[in-house]
Structure formats: structure tokens, C-alpha cells
Ligand binder design. Structure first.
Ligand code: 2HG
Ligand code: ZN
Length: 458
């Protein structure tokens, strides 16, 4: 009997798929570089089945790729080498909403949007949000410490995890932090698993902290001539109002999105860059939004702007930013997801710009991202005349120079998307050799036979 039929005997054939189309789709994430080629996809329905799969994989030396919504952008969920994909799709129940604790307990396969909706139905709020919230899953969000558009106000996924239940690479079941707010009893393993990219264990359940919904907000888009002005506008906004989001995009990004979806430009004046700002306001503070606008105009930081007058207009403005990644996907962009401290941002952007102009004079470059968090998404579009491999190897080369620069600024080669397969070579620009060796030692403790997510992160 072959090994996968044996596995079907352990967890039931209805929970195993060998169908070609599923093998291909479950073998990839949103990166366009790799093709999926797993041995099989399994769908555990209980923690017992998940544990049985892991024990089985250890016994028969099968490599395992944990799989959520596969919306990742760095190959963290890619299975292209006969691995077993363990999909959490069938562990998708919201188990409890606790109003006293303001928490929600959900299985790993519940989507971000389901969490947001369940919270809203109970007059609460789950603040981690991004364009792929409809398909990204709780387990994947935690394994990658997902960020998104509200980080400036609420922080990353890590800030919202009260408790985690995991099956480690050796098949142990751990209940981490027991959903306590205060628990000072030594090493907090919960935080090791957050952002570990499925290399230590598989998260099967989590308790997330919820909070009060924000007050109504106003969305503004401002046209800006220079990168450095974006940072000045950010300072003004922060000094006068509660900033929920501070995003930016370049004119190329705007033109691509507007062209692809027949959206309206925010205003007629074209600018090299745009800031999208979401400001929380009460009625009394609405006037302050106009004051922010006037101050930025007086200081010649912005050339034009629009302030939303309705929820629909605010949503339409958000789409100009949120739809960029999806719009660019068809051009197989090479992605950089980099960050530095806000205080170093202006100088860093200047240096990155020069490096980009020197190295990519003929490529279309799309700048956008969460500039309020010091995080830029730099997408380079593939020219039609280059093959995927030629393009990737050219960009990989430039990434090394970018890595040197990031290292000089003590920044990160991956602000929010993670390392996966894509950025493994660049990890050394953000983490020391000692740190990487420590990561390897930690992995050996939780996953002694190295069955989990081979080749990812370290
Ligand atoms: C975003 O901020 C996402 O829109 C995706 O993190 C970024 O596709 C990207 O490079
Ligand atoms: Zn982002």
C-alpha cells in the first residue's frame, strides 16, 4: 500500500485529496513563481486527526506544508516537492464569543472577515484588516503575523492573540497562554508561534482579543510632490487627530488601478505620490480635518486633496489603495516589502529611490504601502520581453544591494509578508548569524525531524 493510501486509512479517505486541480491550487499561494506539486492534500476536521497526521508524517518521514487561505506573497505555503499539504479549511468553526472577556475563539480555518463580522454583530471590533480578509484565515494570519491597513493605530496580529492551541512538529498538543490577559510565568511560547511561518507547529485554534469599534472616520487623499513631504503630512495628521491609517501610493499605482477598474481619480491634479489618510472623528472634530488640510496646503506639502463626505465616498477612496496589489498581480511583479523606523524614513526613501533609478531605469516601478508604519511595498513589473526566471534573477541581484541598504538602516527585508521561500537569501540582512542559528535550534526542539514547512524561513 502506498503511503498516502495508508494515511487515508488513518484519517478517512474523504479527508484526503489527490485530484490534480486541488494539488495544483493547494500547492501555491499568491506568488507566481512556483508551481504546486504536493503528494496529497489532507483536510483534518479535529485536533485528533491533525495530531494523527503529524505523527504519521514523523513515522514515514513525510514533509508537511501547513495551509490556510494561501493569500501569502512570499511562498510560505508553497508545496512544490511532493509534500503533504495540511489544509485547515475544514476546521472552520467559531467556538465562542465571550462578551465579558471581549474575545473570540475560532478554529484556524475561519476567515478574517468572518471574525470581523462576528465581532461587529456583537458590537465589537477586530482591527486587523487587509484586502484579502475574505479568504485569509486565522491560522495563516497568526503564522505570518499579518499586518494590514490599521497597524498604525492597532498594531499587527501579534497584539491581538490571547491564546493559541497548536500541534507541534513532534505531535504534542499545546495550549499556549490559556487566553489570559496577564500571565507572567516564564517563556511565552505563544509569541514564538506567531510569525513562525508554520515551521514549529500547526495552529488549530486561537482566541483573539476584540475591542470597541472605532468612531466614524473621514478618509482623505492628498496629492504630494515628494516622498519627504509624505512624512511631514503624517506628522501634522498625528499631531492634530487620531490617525487610523496612513497609506501612500505613487501615480503609476493609481493609474493602473483606475484603468483596470474604471474608477474615478480622486481629483484632476496629477501628483507623483498620494497619501491616503483615515482620521477618526467625532462631530466636533470634523472641522479639524479641514484644518489639517489647510495647514498642509499652507505649508506647501500637498498640491490637491479630497476629504470624504460620505461612507460611500470613503470606501471608493480606500479602493484606490486596497486594489493595487490585486491589480498588479497579473503583471507578475517582483515584490519588496521593506521597513525602517519612521524617524529614518525620509533619508531611507531617498537612498532607495536612487538605488532603484540606477538599477531599474527601464522597468515600471510601483511604490505604495503603509508609510505610517515605515513600511513600503516596492513592486517591479515584469517587462514582457523577459522570462519569469530572467526577470527574477535580475531582481534578486538588485535585492542584494537593497538588502545592504536595509542593513545599513537597521531595517527589515520583510515588514509584513514574511520570509517564506522568497526572501530566505535576504534574511541575513535583517537578522544576525547568531539569531538565525538560534532560530534553527528552536526549530529542532519543536520539530525534531524537520517535517514542517521545509525550506521556508531558515
Ligand atoms: C498591501 O498592503 C498588501 O496591499 C500587499 O500587503 C502588498 O502586494 C503587495 O506587494
Ligand atoms: Zn501591505
Amino acid at each position: 500500500m502506498d503511503i498516502v493510501s495508508r494515511l487515508a486509512g488513518v484519517i478517512g479517505s474523504e479527508n484526503v485529496s489527490y485530484c490534480d486541480s486541488e494539488l495544483q491550487s493547494y500547492g501555491v499561494d499568491r506568488t507566481t513563481i512556483w508551481e504546486g506539486n504536493p503528494k496529497a492534500v489532507v483536510f483534518p476536521r479535529s485536533v485528533k486527526q491533525l495530531q494523527d497526521i503529524i505523527l504519521f508524517a514523523n513515522k514515514y518521514s513525510l514533509k508537511v506544508v501547513p495551509s490556510g487561505g494561501r493569500t501569502g506573497l512570499c511562498g510560505g505555503a508553497v508545496a512544490n516537492n511532493s509534500e503533504l499539504v495540511v489544509s485547515m479549511d475544514k476546521m472552520n468553526i467559531i467556538k465562542e464569543i465571550n462578551l465579558d472577556d471581549r474575545s473570540i475563539t475560532a478554529e484556524a480555518g475561519v476567515t478574517t472577515q468572518q471574525i470581523q463580522v462576528a465581532a461587529a454583530e456583537n458590537h465589537l471590533f477586530y482591527p486587523v484588516d487587509f484586502a484579502s480578509s475574505g479568504s485569509s484565515q486565522v491560522g495563516g494570519n497568526i503564522a505570518t503575523n499579518a499586518g494590514g491597513i490599521n497597524v498604525i493605530r492597532y498594531g499587527m496580529t501579534r497584539n491581538w492573540i490571547l491564546g493559541l492551541r497548536v500541534v507541534t512538529g513532534s505531535g504534542d498538543i499545546l495550549n499556549l497562554n490559556k487566553s489570559l490577559v496577564k500571565n507572567n510565568t516564564g517563556y511565552d511560547f505563544r509569541h514564538l508561534f506567531i510569525g513562525s511561518e508554520g515551521t514549529l507547529g500547526i495552529i488549530y485554534e486561537a482566541t483573539l482579543q476584540l475591542t470597541e469599534p472605532p468612531k466614524p472616520s473621514t478618509v482623505c487623499v492628498f496629492g504630494v510632490e515628494k516622498f519627504a513631504y509624505l512624512i511631514e503630512v503624517l506628522k501634522i495628521c498625528k499631531s492634530m487627530l487620531q490617525v487610523n491609517a496612513f497609506e501612500f501610493f505613487c501615480n503609476n499605482a493609481l493609474s493602473r488601478v483606475v484603468g483596470a477598474h474604471q474608477y474615478q481619480r480622486p481629483f484632476d491634479t496629477e501628483s507623483p505620490f498620494y497619501a491616503l489618510v483615515e482620521l477618526e472623528n467625532t462631530e466636533i472634530e470634523t472641522e479639524t480635518v479641514f484644518e489639517v488640510y489647510s495647514k498642509c496646503v499652507d505649508e506647501k506639502l500637498i498640491t490637491d486633496g479630497v476629504i470624504s463626505q460620505s461612507i460611500d465616498q470613503a470606501r471608493a477612496l480606500w479602493r484606490l489603495r486596497e486594489d493595487i496589489s490585486e491589480t498588479l498581480w497579473h503583471f507578475q511583479p517582483y515584490k519588496n516589502d521593506i521597513s525602517v523606523r519612521i524617524s529614518k524614513m525620509a533619508d531611507f526613501l531617498n537612498d532607495v529611490s536612487q538605488l532603484i533609478q540606477k538599477n531599474y531605469p527601464d522597468f515600471e516601478i510601483i511604490w505604495y504601502g503603509h508609510i505610517g508604519d515605515g513600511n513600503i511595498h516596492l513592486n517591479i513589473l515584469k517587462p514582457k520581453n523577459l522570462s519569469t526566471l530572467q526577470f527574477k534573477s535580475f531582481c534578486d541581484g538588485v535585492s542584494m544591494s537593497l538588502g545592504e541598504l536595509i542593513s545599513k538602516y537597521e531595517g527589515s527585508i520583510s515588514a509584513e509578508h514574511g520570509v517564506g521561500l522568497l526572501k530566505k537569501e535576504s534574511l541575513r540582512f535583517s537578522r544576525s548569524e547568531d539569531e538565525i542559528n538560534l532560530m534553527k535550534s528552536i526549530k529542532k526542539i519543536f520539530d525534531p525531524n524537520a517535517i514542517l514547512n521545509p525550506g521556508k524561513l531558515i
